[in-house]
Write a protein that binds this ligand. Structure first.
Ligand SMILES: [Zn+2]
Length: 337
């Protein structure tokens, strides 16, 4: 009787409740060393957080923009989306990161996969800038990004021309990335605030189509906190992501931040449509914390992926949590060629 009851429970309980807990390690494939003021708690704090959260490696990068302190602001702006001042492109972010890494002991350096992020994605010089950084720090860089294009209010607040995934300046950057085997972590929202259809999808598709040799990781699966907080979730998102993955072999999908907060889980329960999508394309997803310069919540954020990882076959969970990110970066950092 008891046996039958247990059996009945097992059969009736959903998949997510039955599987073993994911006990593996992580690669945090979305970690900003600095915040929007270009400040950081520093490498010690970052490594302490990584150790506590079982993060073996991290894709680490700065932030391409910095918040300006305008003379009209009543006080120094604290938040990047504050309306008291714009943001502007800040290329020193890569040097800040490179110098902090250079000061690390070898066993820590080995755990970091640094990405070049400090480019203005609308400047036709951006590709040259990437090559100059590769020359300046030979063997250091393992990727490019997070490149920020369509990003709700952040786009509106950033000074200058509006960036987009298929901007000619970025198309040149993608070719440099392909030549060096560097993956590109690209933030390109699928839609704008208060638009219910993916009006920016074509820009992304242009980039993917015209650069088949460049591997792209679509940050947050094309979503952002600003959009998701203000409108209903894009119901077609899983279908769009599936179609993109099937159409473009060079596309991967980052499951950090807004896609984790608004799509993957329903009250801590993974949504079936996402589980099926990930199971159908187990090599195409990565995850990360998207922390910016402050690292105290790393463990908490990664733990919130557990219901999703626990509901996937162990092998698939390990790929999403670490192996896919490891496979995407080149074995050695880029050198000038
Ligand atoms: Zn980010």
């Amino acid at each position: 009787m008891r046996f039958l009851a247990v059996l009945a429970l097992l059969v009736s309980s959903p998949l997510w409740a039955r599987d073993a807990h994911y006990e593996g390690r992580y690669v945090d494939a979305h970690l900003h060393y600095v915040d929007f003021m270009q400040e950081s708690e520093g490498m010690d704090a970052m490594f302490n957080a990584m150790d506590k959260a079982r993060v073996e490696q991290a894709w680490v990068f700065g932030l391409p923009v910095v918040k300006k302190w305008e003379q009209s602001a009543p006080r120094r702006p604290r938040y990047f989306l504050g309306d008291e001042a714009p943001l502007y492109y800040y290329s020193a972010t890569d040097d800040l990161l490179a110098q902090a890494i250079a000061a690390l002991p070898q066993e820590r350096r080995r755990r970091l996969m640094p990405f070049i992020s400090g480019i203005n994605p609308t400047d036709l010089n951006a590709a040259r800038h990437v090559e100059a950084l590769i020359e300046r720090y030979p063997g250091l860089w393992r990727g490019i990004g997070e490149v920020i294009t369509r990003h709700d209010d952040l786009t509106a607040l950033t000074e200058g021309e509006t960036p987009r995934a298929n901007h000619p300046a970025l198309m040149k950057v993608y070719r440099v990335a392909a030549r060096h085997g560097l993956p590109v972590l690209l933030h390109s929202n699928l839609t704008s605030l208060r638009e219910k259809t993916p009006i920016y999808l074509e820009e992304l598709e242009d980039a993917l189509k015209e650069n088949p040799k460049t591997r792209f990781i679509l940050a947050h699966a094309g979503t952002s906190g600003g959009v998701e907080a203000r409108q209903a979730p894009l119901e077609t998102l899983p279908a769009i992501v599936r179609a993109l993955l099937e159409r473009y072999d060079n596309l991967y999908v980052d499951l950090s931040w807004s896609v984790r907060e608004h799509y993957l889980l329903d009250d801590d329960r993974p949504r079936e449509v996402w589980l099926t999508l990930i199971n159908d394309h187990p090599d195409r997803f990565t995850l990360g914390t998207d922390l910016v310069g402050h690292f105290g919540s790393m463990k908490k954020i990664l733990n919130s992926y557990r219901p999703l990882l626990n509901a996937l076959p162990e092998e698939v969970a390990r790929r999403v949590a670490s192996d896919n990110a490891k496979a995407l970066v080149p074995e050695k950092g880029a050198v000038a060629k």
